[in-house]
Design a binder for this molecule. Structure first.
Ligand code: SOE
Length: 388
């Protein structure tokens, strides 16, 4: 088995999620590559050393440019805040490294486009960590749609609800709170939460043609952790939009950090001519399925417990009936990437796939600003992969 040396940038929530995935994956998947946690890169050397000791990284670096230039590193994994994604990914691709990047790809589609150009010009395997695709129940939803079981799709409905920024006392900016700082994040819930909903939606139901959105910033100013001053808040706290898909179906999307009581309620529903599907992150191992073609006296919503060996990814885990969770979606993503990379290929969602999501989030923000329907930018879908 070949070794694949990984240099990870960022030791926050996503640095942990990615590191955990690379550590777990060889225990449960037979892969052509064995991931080696080579270097963790972060600005604070003490904390980077503590992270390296806890997660088993061999070395520590405080300058990502040195890590990108190192001949010892094969894959750069970007788990740092959004404003760092483009510069690091482009430099990594130019250095011939494989690149994995946390979502969203860029702070906007212009950054995303430059990142796509860099990885495609260099021909390096790439992938963006839209992890929810790889929850087995969500992958099963993809299979059911691809098998044509739903028939013509009429409706897609998605929401991602949280409540962690309701307090006006919460500052913006700095570690842990950069998601509230427009310059760092690029947008608020549109790029952070709706991006997940859009990625899943386009994977399941195809491209989005046009959107009509409304956004709101409920708390207009907050203390900034880096300047110590009260500053205007530039991000969208809530973002809702209507959409028309290329296949003619209609959709509603909603994301907010002001839904008191909801911590991470990501749900989607698809209604087709023959059948419907519902999924809920709080019950992530279940897929609700209704098929109108069932015999009348038995017709009703089925709650599929997606834990059997024939369900996506589940043969790699325990015995049928035993559940897995959130972190396993990252393990699956690492497994799919390592398998593709060994063949010199990217895994979905590639940078180009994720650029399509950036195009939609750009259109959502433009529509909200202009108070009108906005067409999503249409691009050539070079090397777009539909399969996992
Ligand atoms: C925000 O709270 C957040 O952590 C997002 O940044 C993640 O992408 C999402 O999966 C969970 O919520």
């Amino acid at each position: 088995m070949k070794k694949l040396s990984i240099g990870t940038i960022g030791y926050g929530f996503m640095g942990r999620a990615h590191s955990n995935a690379f550590r777990r994956v060889p225990n449960f998947f037979d892969l052509p590559y064995r991931p080696v946690l080579k270097t963790i890169c972060a600005r604070n050397p003490d904390r980077a050393r503590a992270f390296a000791a806890q997660w088993g990284y061999e070395s520590v670096e405080t300058d990502w440019r040195l890590m990108v230039a190192s001949p010892e590193i094969d894959l750069i994994d970007i788990a740092s805040p959004n404003d760092t994604h483009a510069e690091i990914a482009i430099a990594a691709a130019k250095a011939g490294k494989m690149v994995m990047c946390e979502k969203p790809l860029g702070r906007n589609a212009a950054e995303g486009e430059a990142m796509v150009q860099a990885v495609e010009a260099a021909g390096v395997p790439n992938m963006v960590w839209y992890n929810y695709r790889r929850i087995p129940a969500v992958t099963l939803a993809k299979d059911l749609v691809a098998e044509g079981r739903l028939g013509r799709i009429f409706h897609y409905r998605a929401k991602f609800l949280q409540d962690w920024t309701i307090s006006a006392e919460l500052p913006q900016g700095g570690e842990g709170l950069w998601r509230l700082d427009l310059n760092v994040a690029g947008s608020g819930v549109t790029g952070d939460l709706l991006a997940h909903c859009i990625d899943t939606a386009m994977w399941l139901n195809g491209p989005i043609d046009e959107v009509s959105a409304v956004t709101e910033t409920f708390i207009k100013q907050r203390k900034h952790n880096l300047t110590g001053k009260v500053e205007p808040v530039g991000i969208d706290d809530a973002s809702l939009f209507l959409a028309r898909f290329q296949n003619g179906s209609l959709a509603t999307f909603e994301a907010t950090r002001y839904a008191r009581g909801h911590k991470a309620l990501y749900t989607f529903e698809i209604n087709g001519e023959h059948a419907s599907i519902m999924w809920d992150l709080h019950d992530l191992h279940r897929l609700e399925y209704f098929d109108h073609r069932d015999e009348g006296h038995l017709r009703g919503w089925r709650s599929l417990h997606v834990t059997d060996r024939e369900h996506p990814y589940m043969a790699h885990w325990w015995v049928p009936g035993l559940q897995i969770g959130y972190e396993h979606s990252f393990v699956h993503q690492a497994a799919d990437f390592l398998a593709a990379a060994a063949a010199g290929e990217s895994a979905a969602p590639t940078f180009r796939d994720a650029l399509a999501t950036d195009d939609v989030t750009d259109a959502v923000l433009a529509s909200a600003a202009q108070r009108q329907w906005v067409k999503v930018r249409a691009r050539q879908s070079r090397a777009r992969r539909e399969a996992i």
